[in-house]
Design a protein around this ligand. Structure first.
Ligand code: UGA
Length: 443
């Protein structure tokens, strides 16, 4: 099939590369000339395992190309995906100006049937706005061209995006006629394993499904984080509790890991946006709104534990951070708990020494050069001379350190384990004071 993708951000690029890889002819279009020039040279602007290889293979095979020429892009694909950003407004609702601009562009250039599919995460009702924008752009030209609109939200996880696309749990397709449904069923047929993964539904339900999935997952995390706060106060160990409740199939083990709060570009933004949508319609979404409040509070848990350990005064202390990205296998720092921690530490007069396998460049970009931030070449160097070490992001490389050696490098052996990845008794043997999340009873 011939596919056009508007937007070469995270979603657009992964989608374009994976669809080209499965045999389609894909054109990715973006208004950012520099980005398109870099992509054409084979440079991948984001860190995503496996992406570079499939982009290079698809470009070499002639099935994937990049352009800034909108007319060329609209002429190419029968299927036109909108995968541009929807940055949050001040009130948390998604800003649709880029999405609607793309709809306008498609309407201005299309000369025969087009299926216009929204992949960006957009509020319920956006497809109607896309349809109206297309219709008015086409009408303005005085031509009569047929088109359909569809919603096809993405469920990719950063760091596992290629696998998520190639082996989806489900593909959600929101349409209002059989012609559009058939195009999308055919497009996604190569990704059905064992059974049909495509779930066809009406457009508004598809739009809501995206938010519902993320809000459900974010709620699980916030609820676990809240339980960890209770566990701390009643002297219980949340990790033992987690293993026991996860064994109940109705609860399950996924996404019940307590930690220092969720971050990233999706959960915080989507939780906020759905609460906002509900509020606009006169419904106060109590649980959804609390998910964000609980998460914001949880992001200060690492700082609170450090402050507790040092008797309320962190002035002049040096704190080592292992991990800065909001989760492993990404360089993304958006809404990362590490940002909350560093900013609180600096405000309290402490200094930070940090190491992350991928996110150091991003950290430098956000915070610049400053005396109270030292970015180190590895975890051991970061810990050297530190008064406490905080595990913020559970990268694989941090899983099994030599705790005896580590204790020797540090000024005082204090460990705050923001993801509960270490065994408290093991760490204690090396002389560390250990603080986990909701594990005051752990040993
Ligand atoms: C999330 C969803 O998982 C994807 O399905 C969705 O497509 C994507 O948002 C999106 O809307 O684009 P992502 O933001 O990449 O994906 O990251 P996750 O792997 O879901 O992790 C989110 C955050 O939750 C991380 O900060 C992680 O550390 C935290 N987390 C996750 C926990 O604190 N506990 C858990 O048990 C699981």
């Amino acid at each position: 099939m011939r596919i056009t993708i508007f937007g070469t951000g995270y979603v657009g690029l992964v989608t374009g590369a994976c669809l080209a890889h499965s045999g389609n002819h894909v054109v990715c279009v973006d208004i950012d000339e520099d980005k398109i020039a870099r992509l054409t040279r084979g440079e991948i602007p984001i860190y995503e395992p496996g992406l570079e290889q499939i982009v290079h293979e698809s470009v070499a095979s002639g099935r994937l190309r990049f352009t800034t020429d909108a007319a060329d892009a609209v002429a190419h694909g029968t299927l036109q995906f909108i995968a541009v950003g929807t940055p949050p407004d001040e009130d948390g609702s998604a800003d649709l100006k880029y999405v609607l601009k793309v709809a306008q562009t498609i309407g201005e250039h299309m000369n025969d049937y087009r299926l216009v599919i929204t992949k960006s995460t957009v509020p319920v009702g956006t497809s109607d706005k896309v349809r109206a924008q297309l219709a008015s752009a086409v009408a303005e030209r005085g031509v009569d061209v047929e088109f359909d609109v569809a919603s096809n939200p993405e469920f990719l996880k950063e760091g596992a995006a290629i696998d998520d696309f190639m082996k989806p749990d489900r593909v959600v397709v929101g349409v209002d006629n059989e012609r559009a449904a058939e195009h999308l069923r055919a497009l996604y047929a190569p990704f059905n394993r064992q059974h049909d993964r495509t779930i066809v539904m009406d457009i508004r339900s598809a739009e809501l499904t995206k938010y519902a999935a993320n809000v459900m997952l974010a709620t699980k995390i916030s609820l676990m984080n809240e339980l960890s706060q209770v566990a701390d106060r009643v002297d219980a160990d949340i990790e033992q509790v987690r293993r026991a409740i996860g064994a109940d199939h109705r609860i399950g083990y996924h996404f019940i890991y307590p930690g220092c709060g969720f971050g990233g570009s999706c959960f915080p933004k989507d939780v906020r946006a759905l609460g906002q949508t509900a509020a606009e319609l006169g419904y106060e979404a109590e649980i959804i709104n609390s998910v964000e409040r609980v998460n914001n509070r949880q992001k200060s848990v690492l700082f609170d534990k450090l402050r507790y350990h040092f008797g309320g005064d962190l002035t002049g202390k040096t704190i080592a951070l292992w991990g800065l990205a909001f989760k492993p296998n990404t360089d993304d720092m958006r809404e990362a708990p590490a940002c909350t921690l560093m900013e609180s530490l600096w405000a309290a007069g402490a200094r930070v020494r940090a190491y992350d396998p991928e996110a150091m460049g991003e950290t430098r970009r956000i915070y610049g050069e400053r005396d109270d931030l030292t970015l180190c070449t590895d975890g051991e160097t970061a810990a050297t001379g530190a008064d406490a070490l905080v595990l913020v992001t559970e990268w694989h490389i941090f899983r099994t350190p030599d705790f005896d050696a580590l204790a020797g490098l540090m000024n005082t052996p204090v460990l705050v384990d923001g993801r509960n990845i270490y065994k408290p008794s093991y760490v204690a043997q090396a002389g560390f004071a250990y603080y986990g999340i909701g594990r005051s009873a752990a040993s």
